[in-house]
Ligand binder design. Structure first.
Ligand code: ZN
Ligand code: ZN
Length: 371
């Protein structure tokens, strides 16, 4: 049946290069495998970086990038019972390594895939979804980050599973720091805007959004307006204004750094108070590598007596994927469509244009259509 089927694959020839569409034969799924058809891919900022300058983890060029995807199951191999043709599925980016005995990724592992020395990710070691179809191998089908959506969930929402999962890893790594509490988000890009929506869905008392540039901050405040959301321009009064806005509390309960720059970290530590959890969510990387951002911590007065917590999250595990799946599937993110406006939608023949739009300073989430 599938023996005459073709797969349209867009290969990125080299860092800074261009995409070439290639038609390849598409085999039937083998035992334990599933064949999926790509419905939507969303563009991650990491795709923009890979496209511009490559990534050490991608060893093979030409490469198939794009890792935020939702797909429809087209055919299943013998022995597959968890999925059936017609299922709408969403996929995570970080995936288990193929070793089923791995202490991190295996059947009895911790599930901390991003800690595995052989860590795998879609669009890096595993080919991404810049292709019309994919065959997912048996280990991916059994242990990978695949979730099935309710048939009435829009593919435009399902394809945002992965970035939402990353953000939810940060919001939920420590229990009880969002509900009824004050959340500060430094930066107003897509991860921050996902965090804003999730924090509201998780019943945060107040969300304070801090950004340098006015353009994107205004877009987020307009499209995601809520009585509990407040935007602050990042000026030299910012620290005292954050503390003022936390009243009747003295300080925020959760501070997330989503802007990938040293000043964002330097600001974050200045607004910590009693019981604050700091999530270093955006790494800082420049042309000369990853700079040291030094901070003196008083382990007794700040950590012990003030119960402060320093944490970081990047990537996602099944924990974040399950939470993101629940929020999308239960339609608890009513503004999700505002992440993508008409200028942020592209056909799969325009991957290059989609990546360029994603790099714009006012852009939130670019979606590529494959139907
Ligand atoms: Zn991503
Ligand atoms: Zn592993």
């Amino acid at each position: 049946m599938a023996c005459n089927m073709k797969n349209l694959v867009y290969y990125l020839d080299k860092p800074g290069g261009s995409f070439t569409p290639v038609e390849e034969d598409l085999p039937n799924p083998g035992p334990g495998e599933i064949m999926v058809r790509t419905r939507r891919t969303a563009v991650c900022q990491s795709d923009v970086v890979i496209h511009k300058q490559g990534l050490a983890r991608i060893r093979q060029w030409p490469a198939i990038i794009l890792h935020e995807a939702c797909c429809q199951v087209e055919a299943v191999g013998t022995g597959v019972t968890a999925f059936a043709p017609g299922d709408l599925i969403g996929l995570g980016c970080d995936i288990p390594c193929p070793d089923r005995h791995c202490m991190y990724c295996g059947e009895n592992g911790t599930g901390d895939w991003t800690s595995c020395p052989q860590t795998h990710a879609t669009g890096h070691e595993f080919p991404g979804f810049a292709r019309s179809h994919a065959i997912l191998p048996d280990w991916f089908v059994q242990r990978g980050p695949i979730v099935k959506f309710h048939p009435e969930i829009a593919p435009d929402h399902a394809c945002q599973l992965e970035p939402l999962a990353c953000c939810l890893e940060g919001l939920t790594r420590v229990n009880n720091c969002i509900e009824k509490r004050v959340v500060v988000l430094i930066g107003s890009g897509s991860q921050s805007t996902y965090a804003l929506q999730c924090a509201l869905a998780m019943n945060a008392r107040k969300v304070i959004l801090i950004n340098r540039g006015a353009e994107r901050l205004e877009r987020v405040l307009r499209d995601f307006a809520d009585p509990r959301v407040l935007g602050l321009r990042w000026d030299d009064q910012i620290v005292s204004r954050v503390f003022e806005e936390c009243r009747p509390f003295n300080e925020p309960h959760f501070v997330m750094v989503t802007a990938p720059c040293a000043p964002a970290y330097e600001l974050a530590v200045q607004v910590l108070g009693y019981g604050t959890v700091l999530d270093g969510h955006a790494g800082v990387k420049g042309a000369s590598g990853k700079p040291r951002i030094a901070q003196t911590v008083d382990l007794n007065n700040d950590i012990h007596y003030k119960l402060q917590c320093y944490q970081a999250t990047h990537g996602s595990s099944m924990h974040g994927i399950r939470r993101a799946h629940a929020l999308i599937n239960e339609k608890r993110l009513p503004r999700l469509d505002c992440m993508t406006n008409a200028t942020e939608r592209f056909h799969h023949s325009q991957i290059q244009e989609a990546l360029a739009r994603s790099a714009d300073s006012d852009s939130l989430k670019v979606i590529i259509h494959w139907d």
